[in-house]
Design a protein around this ligand. Structure first.
Ligand code: ATP
Length: 217
């Protein structure tokens, strides 16, 4: 199975992640139907069949999909059948929480290096990793064989550091800085931004929309 199917859109990729999450909960079951996956994820059964058809001939009419085979095929397509090494830049409060989050390692994502600009933090250890100075970053990305970077720094520094990471050979960035970090070098690599403030704003918006209340200030 090819890991970088150019036909698969980011939205389809997100749905595959959601199907996989459902399959993990279904490990006891031998097969799963497109209808049941559709119901769990909140899309149509036709959508599920279209998404999964792009992975090969995995379903059998009237029987459904073999849970184990389907989960393996999705893992290959998403590129998570293998281990990934990531460096983490900016070891503040959010980074400390992420370092303790077991969900990353469980899915094969390993944080292998920590970097910060604050001299008071350099040389101190967290989860058995010593925080290193930013000057070491470019060289260490190669030593550590890191392909991904997690950015948990304030917005002002994010774009410049993303640029450095991209030129250092980092192949993808998970950006927690509440800013867009498009720079010449980063346009060549994927960036996924997690803006927690925007997410909670969306939640407030949906709750408010459901209540039907028009807020007029
Ligand atoms: P703390 O109180 O431990 O510093 P914080 O979460 O309040 O944590 P932030 O201001 O959000 O800190 O910064 C996150 C981390 O990013 C900090 O450890 C900070 O030293 C680091 N940092 C800030 N600017 C840079 C930079 N230009 N390069 C690398 N690291 C940076």
């Amino acid at each position: 199975v090819k890991g970088d199917d150019p036909k698969l859109s980011p939205a389809a990729g997100r749905r595959l992640s959601q199907y996989l999450r459902v399959l993990r909960g279904d490990r006891g079951a031998g097969t799963v139907s497109s209808e049941s996956l559709a119901k769990s994820v909140g899309v149509s059964a036709a959508q599920v069949r279209r998404d999964l058809a792009s992975l090969g001939h995995l379903g059998q009419r009237g029987v459904g999909y073999d849970v184990t085979l389907l989960a393996d095929a999705i893992r290959h397509t998403l590129g998570i059948h293998r281990e990934w090494r990531a460096v983490l830049i900016g070891v503040g409060n959010l980074a400390r929480a992420l370092l303790r989050y077991r969900g990353f390692a469980e899915q094969g994502f390993h944080i292998v290096g920590l970097f910060d600009a604050d001299p008071a933090k350099i040389g101190t250890s967290l989860e058995r990793l010593s925080i290193e100075p930013m000057e070491n970053l470019v060289k260490r990305v190669q030593d550590l064989q890191a392909e991904l970077a997690i950015l948990t720094i304030p917005s002002d520094a994010a774009a410049a550091i993303a640029e450095t990471l991209a030129t250092a050979g980092i192949r993808g960035i998970l950006n927690f800085a509440p800013t867009l970090i498009r720079t010449p070098a980063t346009t060549t690599i994927p960036i996924v931004s997690v803006d927690l403030a925007i997410q909670i704003e969306q939640l407030a918006f949906q709750v408010q929309a459901r209540s039907g209340a028009r807020v007029v200030e």
